[in-house]
Design a protein around this ligand. Structure first.
Ligand code: F6P
Length: 549
């Protein structure tokens, strides 16, 4: 497999182009090339990607494409779609694309075509979703389900929680949906505060079914159901279903595996919202709309697999992310959806991007020589404008931004949508072109205020447009970012599909839990700070001082 490091000619070529970019400005790029907006806008699969306000030139794009080719991106795309074990540190294929493959596709893992398995689970999910939606499925006391609570964390929470918010407009409003993820008991307590156990269904979602937060919440939920049913253990079967790859742990927990919806170890947690992990989404929006979401992702999959890199939206998005992070040194990137329904999209992308590409060694274990995945963050517009956009416009760090907008609103009230879109477009314009001191002074601003009211501009952004926030559109947005992340990982030569970085903290917590709970004073062998913190929490737990000082 090709590995491109800093000494590679293709990297040098991009670096040289970046050098020129650092000396130039977006205003000059637009002035030099009247066709720029058109040249650097690409449409496919219902997505429009305008990257003309990035530091892209024909030369830069050509060099980035050459870099991707040198890193073997076209082969790596094929390897992923073919089901090769590209997640080498876990020896697994990476096949979220199989979750949305058409019924007649053939994708083999160990000689077995997995596509029929995918469709079998989708059909079981659909049958179950219809039972819940129609009220045919009854709780232990005979009542139809009125509330669905997904218990999961990370990829078993963020995708479903984001998708529910994003597609709420299309959801059955007769059913209440809640998402419990945090092991902080507050999350569970608040989620069920106004729910009735007799018409509540819990979906325990966990790929491994061993994650401490999820299992702790699931046990508490089981107690909550049992307390309401007078300890009748048969109630569990009517109020709990599981989504997992681990049938034996599901059975051990006490959930009938007949009420389990499976998926496979070749689906990464953060890439799993189109699998059975999306059960809550399917119950909310119905099986047909869920299939529309998958169809949107599939359209982007096909585009990613077949379009030339220079006209390939996820590849271009990924290459520009590499350019911004590694070559121009921008350590963070903001995602700014101008659609209130997408308010959880940045949180969802934080796991997708940072758990995937927050890596410092390459596939062969050697250190990556450039910065890798940027810190991704964001909030919906226009709210963010009244919060952190000050820094975006006049701060000392440059934050490349993705603006995401929908051409048609789901709620048509007077001027709302025009104001929303005007703001999105204006922000990208202001970031790119700013307001020079001379223009500020020409407005009669007093000289001492001119520096304060000057906008440097030259801050890159992309604008991504969809027609309307439909299930299909959401599927396209998700696949765009999934494949962008993949593109970045290939160029950096890292494994975007493992997450060893989350392990150490989990292991240390397992050691500290008994130290906090021990009835006798434990011998602590941590550093002085950790020991002192443990003693403080122990003191408060045992009724001693709760004054943290
Ligand atoms: O802690 C990280 C992680 O392993 C994520 O990658 C995953 O999405 C999450 O935990 C939840 O894991 P599970 O679905 O196995 O409960």
């Amino acid at each position: 497999m090709a590995m491109v490091n800093k000494t590679h000619a293709a990297w040098h070529a991009v670096d040289a182009a970046a050098e020129g970019i650092r000396r130039g400005s977006l205003a000059e790029l637009f002035a030099r090339d009247p066709g720029r907006a058109e040249r650097f806008t690409t449409s496919a699969a219902g997505l429009l990607f305008d990257y003309s306000k990035q530091f892209a030139t024909t030369d830069v794009v050509e060099r980035l494409v050459a870099l991707a080719e040198a890193a073997g991106l076209p082969d790596r795309i094929e390897a992923m779609f073919r089901g090769d074990r590209i997640n080498t540190t876990e020896q697994r294929p990476v096949l979220h694309v199989a979750l949305r493959a058409p019924r007649d596709a053939v994708i083999e893992v160990d000689g077995r075509n997995v596509v029929p398995d995918v469709h079998d689970v989708l059909e079981r999910m659909a049958a179950f979703a219809r039972e819940i939606r129609s009220g045919t499925w009854r709780g232990a006391s005979g009542k139809p389900i009125r509330a669905v609570v997904n218990i999961g964390i990370g990829g078993s929470d963020l995708g479903p929680a984001m998708a529910y918010e994003a597609l709420r407009f299309h959801a059955d409003r007769g059913i209440e949906f809640r998402f419990v993820s945090n092991v902080d008991g507050t999350d569970f307590a608040e989620a069920v505060l106004d729910l009735d156990p007799s018409d509540t269904l819990f979906i325990v979602s966990s790929k491994t079914f061993t994650t401490i937060e999820t299992m702790t919440n699931a046990r508490t939920a089981r107690e909550w159901i049992l307390a309401a049913s007078g300890g009748d253990a048969t109630a569990v079967a009517r109020h709990f279903v599981a989504v997992s790859t681990n049938a034996s742990e599901v059975a051990r927990f006490g959930i009938d595996t007949g009420n389990m919806f499976g998926f496979w170890d070749w689906v990464g947690g953060r890439y799993s919202m189109g699998s059975a992990i999306g059960l809550s989404t399917m119950i909310a929006i119905g099986p047909e709309a869920f299939h529309d979401m998958l169809a949107g992702s599939r359209a982007v999959d096909e585009h990613f697999r077949t379009a030339p890199l220079a006209a390939n939206i996820p590849a271009l998005h990924g290459l520009l992310t590499v350019f911004n992070a590694s070559l121009l040194g921008h350590a963070t990137a903001a995602v700014l959806p101008y659609d209130q329904y997408l308010r959880r999209f940045p949180a969802y992308l934080q796991q997708l991007t940072m758990e995937s590409n927050g890596k410092r060694v390459r596939l062969d274990g050697s250190p990556v020589e450039s910065p890798t995945g940027p810190v991704v963050w964001g909030e919906p517009g226009t709210n963010g404008q009244h919060s952190f956009y000050q820094l975006l416009h006049q701060g000392t760090v440059v934050v490349p931004c993705d603006f995401i907008g929908c051409l048609r609103p789901l709620h048509e009230f007077g001027q709302h949508h025009a104001i929303l879109m005007a703001n999105m477009i204006a922000q990208a314009e202001a970031l790119a072109f700013g307001k020079p001191a001379a223009a500020v002074a020409a407005e009669g601003v007093s000289p001492e205020l001119v520096p304060h009211r000057t906008f440097p501009g030259n801050r890159p952004s992309s604008t991504i447009l969809v027609d309307q926030l439909t299930p299909r559109a959401l599927g396209t947005l998700v696949a765009l970012y999934e494949h962008s992340v993949f593109t970045q990982g290939v160029v950096w030569g890292i494994n975007s599909f493992d997450q060893w970085g989350v392990e150490l903290g989990k292991v240390l917590a397992q050691r500290i839990i008994p130290e906090l709970e021990s009835p006798t004073e434990p011998v602590l062998g941590h550093d002085a700070s950790t020991n002192a913190l443990i003693r403080r929490v122990r003191r408060a737990r045992s009724g001693g001082s709760t004054d943290p000082s």
